[in-house]
Design a protein around this ligand. Structure first.
Ligand code: NI
Length: 176
């Protein structure tokens, strides 16, 4: 099922999401819905609160890129926790819950994350580049944080131009 994506200022987006106690068939169905919803909206990541489920679950799938072995892989993060972060730099980012806008956000270029997988096992992942950026963005969602909260001023938000679809397709990376 394709879900409706909640948009700012929906209050669900500001909640601290609840930990998941068990991987159930209902949770797996939600994961399927989230991938379908993300693909339909040309996103590369989606957090459960964005579809109205205030639980600590996020999915990421980067567009295929022969230079990036982390691209094209479906990542599912249950109860994720960030570990060591790398050097920080500003990088362009947008969010399906704030359509039409993007901004330069300060993110670590690498990030370690520990999470539970759909088999209920604990996993550890070292991510770099776009995957690391998407992980930081999605984990923020689980704590009610939106990408523009990292800006000094909302004036730093930039409207995506009318040819924005081309931008989305060529830089799909930034819609999370
Ligand atoms: Ni987002």
């Amino acid at each position: 099922m394709i879900r409706r994506i909640l948009e700012y200022p929906d209050p669900v987006l500001r909640r601290i999401a609840d930990p998941i106690t068990e991987v159930t068939p209902a949770l797996e169905a939600l994961v399927g819905d989230m991938f379908r919803t993300m693909h339909k909206n040309l996103g590369v990541g989606l957090a459960a609160p964005q579809v109205g489920e205030s639980v600590r679950l996020a999915v990421i799938e980067l567009p295929l890129n022969e230079n990036d072995p982390q691209a094209g892989v479906r990542y599912v993060f249950v109860n994720p926790k960030l570990g060591v972060l790398g050097q920080r730099r500003d990088i362009t980012e947008g969010c399906l819950s704030l359509p039409g806008f993007r901004a330069e956000v300060n993110r670590a270029e690498s990030a370690a994350v520990t999470f539970t997988n759909l088999q209920g096992e604990l996993e550890h992942l070292e991510a770099t580049g776009l995957l690391a950026q998407a992980i930081q963005h999605e984990l923020d969602h689980l704590d009610g944080v939106l990408f523009f909260d990292h800006l000094e001023s909302l004036d730093d938000l930039e409207q995506i131009p009318p040819d924005g679809l081309d931008w989305v397709l060529s830089e799909a990376d930034e819609l999370v």
